[in-house]
Design a protein around this ligand. Structure first.
Ligand code: DX5
Ligand code: ZN
Length: 226
């Protein structure tokens, strides 16, 4: 029996002209977290939004604010994101020369600390920090854009990370981000994930509330092919 995922809709796929309504919808849904994608046009080839939007969202949002920093030199900005209301702050291993220090910095601000890895980055990069982590975010697309196709190899990375977490007795949750939807969520959970980020598959679906409900109860659904 697969456990129920933590479901984290990504605001990137929402209608930014109706942000308050979109966040109120998340409040009223069975979603657990609101995922906020910060892109700088340097680490990733796209620019999204910054701490002003996180702060505005925090005034309305009653779900956990899960901030994913796709930016270079994240250490310069984590304090501002914490002040803006971020509860989870995830930095990319590829952007941190001092990853251990960056994790301590996030925890000292009273936030849950996460590390994200790109599709090509080996899970082994986390080996010496896994006990320090609250979250491991495994990118299942190359970061920068919503609506991309799930990279199947991610399933092996989830299994490897689950093994590492068990071996080291870490309490880190495994979060999967990119191309996640009803067609592959069950396989992702079977591989050992805890948290599903879902942008397009929630906000662009005909009935977003129903899609969130189906993602939440993924263990009870009929099987789908990836
Ligand atoms: C991609 C972002 C994702 C994005 C996911 O770089 O990190 O969080 O919003 O969007 P979908 O679910 O549409 O792939
Ligand atoms: Zn993300």
């Amino acid at each position: 029996m697969i456990k129920n995922p933590i479901v984290a809709p990504s605001l990137l796929a929402a209608d930014f002209l109706r942000l308050e309504e979109e966040i109120e919808f998340i409040n009223s849904s069975h979603a657990d977290w609101l995922h906020l994608d910060i892109m700088d046009g340097r680490f990733v080839p796209n620019i999204s939004f910054g701490m002003m939007v996180v702060e505005a969202a925090s005034r309305v949002c009653r779900k956990t604010l899960d901030v994913h920093l796709m930016i270079v030199e994240p250490e310069k900005y984590v304090e501002e994101f914490a002040k803006a209301g971020a509860q989870n702050i995830t930095v990319h291993a590829e952007t941190c020369s001092h990853l251990h220090r960056n994790i301590q910095q996030i925890k000292a601000l009273g936030c849950h600390a996460g590390v994200a890895i790109n599709p090509h980055t080996p899970v082994g990069i986390l080996e010496h920090v896994i006990e320090e982590l609250d979250l491991v975010l495994i990118m299942s697309v190359n970061p920068g854009f919503g609506g991309q196709k799930f990279i199947f190899e991610t399933l092996n990375k989830i299994r490897q990370t689950r093994q590492m977490i068990q071996n080291r007795n870490s309490k880190a949750l495994i979060e999967i981000d990119g191309g996640v939807g009803l067609q592959n969520a069950e396989k992702i959970m079977e591989a050992g994930a805890d948290v599903l980020v879902a942008g397009s598959s929630v906000f662009k679906s005909k009935n977003p509330a129903d899609t969130i409900n189906k993602l939440k109860s993924i263990g009870n659904l009929p099987k789908y092919d990836v």
